[in-house]
Design a protein around this ligand. Structure first.
Ligand code: ZN
Length: 458
């Protein structure tokens, strides 16, 4: 979904964000916005009310998100935190739902401004900023206390002081020197991993000409005895050694006359800064967990809300009776399985081992003529069900759909007096419609008797 916003109150809390206490760090932004259908549908699924960006924030504050699926007991108004917000926000390949992380997304947007401040200096907006805040060594001044919230957040990102990702911006932006005329020798990162004023901070303190460009320094002579070195006082012997070390850096530098210096975004030297690229960097995890598990719940023919349900199920985050007891929302006595089998309604019981609901797997296996054991653990069950020996990709994909659908049907039908045959009918019916929606050519009769044939799977 794309659109044009004329007035979007976008919360911005790159630093010490406190809701409703003393800061209202929201900024009005205008511009393009892009929400994927997934995000839109997911937000819809969460039943967020208008203006609920803020409640997402407060959820962030509590580090949890309440999913609206509380169907038990008298405490309907009490919020239950079934899934940690941080898990929901993890990118899909890391096992999360990939819901956009507002804090990181906000930083990527602000980073775009930092990038523009470097590369688009002829614009009117830049001149306004220069007039307002002043400029030194090609950098806008931070404005001290008079800066707006937006400006302060932006400066923090530019200077690597924000609490998201630290110096993620400054560390990845560098100057590619051509003729050296617009690169500030001490301030810009043009040689090595940090600016020279950081690497040789002692010399920087002592230098008379802190605002020299690379071209100036080269013209004056930056070899050890060159005129480029002008100090506030005589150097000590060890400081002289630093100059030698520093000038070694330039022994291979050759300036190219007529070639302008330019900024580059190190992660994408040709393309430059993009919001999505920066967001990717800010949300990258060093160690993606359960990648295969995560892949299993997403299926292009399974409705999103059903996949999300499966995602919660595999993490034991459904409001089963036992989970409600664990959270103090249901009395222990009320935890028994609705089928009257005498066991507590835990996730594994309800979906696998119940004398009633557990029988659905047998029915499904006989419908599909697929044999197999029923592992005790729910994740093992899912995995073994779909990875039938020697199974093709198409077959795996189909069994994946059936498994997700079956647990979905059990969950929704468990409180109604439904027989196993009726549950199986529902699985047949829904799978038919989910697949029919994607150019399925056979009629339901055929589907009822031999789904593999209909799908052209051996
Ligand atoms: Zn039971």
């Amino acid at each position: 979904m794309n659109g044009r916003v004329t007035n979007l109150n976008l919360p911005c809390f790159t630093d010490d964000f406190i809701i409703g206490i003393n800061k209202n760090k929201t900024h009005c932004l205008t511009g393009e916005f892009h929400l994927s259908l997934f995000e839109l549908e997911f937000l819809n699924y969460l039943n967020l009310r208008n203006n609920d960006f803020k409640s997402i924030h407060s959820s962030l504050d509590r580090k949890n998100l309440s999913l609206d699926n509380n169907t038990y007991g008298s405490e309907k108004n009490r919020k239950i935190f079934w899934v940690a917000w941080s898990s929901i926000c993890l990118r899909k390949e890391y096992g999360g739902l990939g819901v956009r992380q507002l804090r990181e997304f906000n930083c990527s947007l602000l980073g775009k401004w930092c990038w523009r401040m470097l590369v688009v200096r002829e614009g009117f907006w830049y001149r306004v900023l220069v007039a307002h805040y002043g400029e030194e060594a090609g950098r806008l001044e931070d404005g001290g206390r008079s800066g707006s919230c937006w400006w302060k957040d932006l400066v923090k990102i530019r200077d690597g002081l924000g609490d998201v990702g630290g110096g993620w911006f400054a560390e990845r932006v560098s100057k590619r020197v051509g003729d050296g005329s617009s690169t500030f020798y001490w301030y810009d990162r043009w040689l090595g991993d940090v600016p020279l004023r950081t690497q040789f901070s002692r010399l920087f303190d002592l230098a008379n000409n802190k605002l020299c460009t690379v071209a100036d320094m080269c013209a004056l002579g930056w070899e050890v005895s060159g005129e480029a070195w002008s100090w506030r006082r005589r150097l000590w012997a060890w400081e002289e050694e630093m100059v030698v070390e520093c000038s070694h850096f330039f022994s291979n530098v050759v300036l190219q006359t007529g070639v302008p210096d330019r900024w580059q975004w190190d992660p994408d030297i040709g393309g430059g800064y993009t919001v999505s690229g920066a967001y990717h960097i800010l949300t990258a995890q060093s160690d993606p967990p359960d990648v295969w598990l995560n892949d299993l719940v997403w299926h292009k023919q399974v409705p999103l809300k059903v996949s999300i349900f499966a995602w919660r199920l595999l993490r034991d985050r459904l409001p089963t009776k036992l989970n409600l007891v664990r959270r103090g929302l249901l009395n222990v006595e009320a935890a028994s399985c609705i089928a009257g089998c005498g066991h507590d309604e835990s996730t594994t019981h309800l979906f696998l081992h119940c004398d009633t609901f557990g029988l659905l797997w047998q029915s499904i296996r006989s419908w599909l003529s697929v044999e197999g054991v029923e592992p005790y653990d729910i994740i093992d069950h899912f995995y073994q069900f779909i990875h039938y020996t020697g199974s093709s990709k198409k077959r795996t994909s189909f069994l994946q759909l059936i498994w997700i659908l079956s647990v979905w049907v059990v969950w929704n039908e468990r409180n109604i007096q439904t027989t196993i045959d009726q549950l199986l009918e529902k699985v047949k019916f829904h799978s038919f419609w989910w697949l029919k929606a994607h150019n399925f050519v056979y009629g339901s009769q055929r589907w009822w008797s031999d789904p593999f044939l209909c799908l052209g799977i051996d």
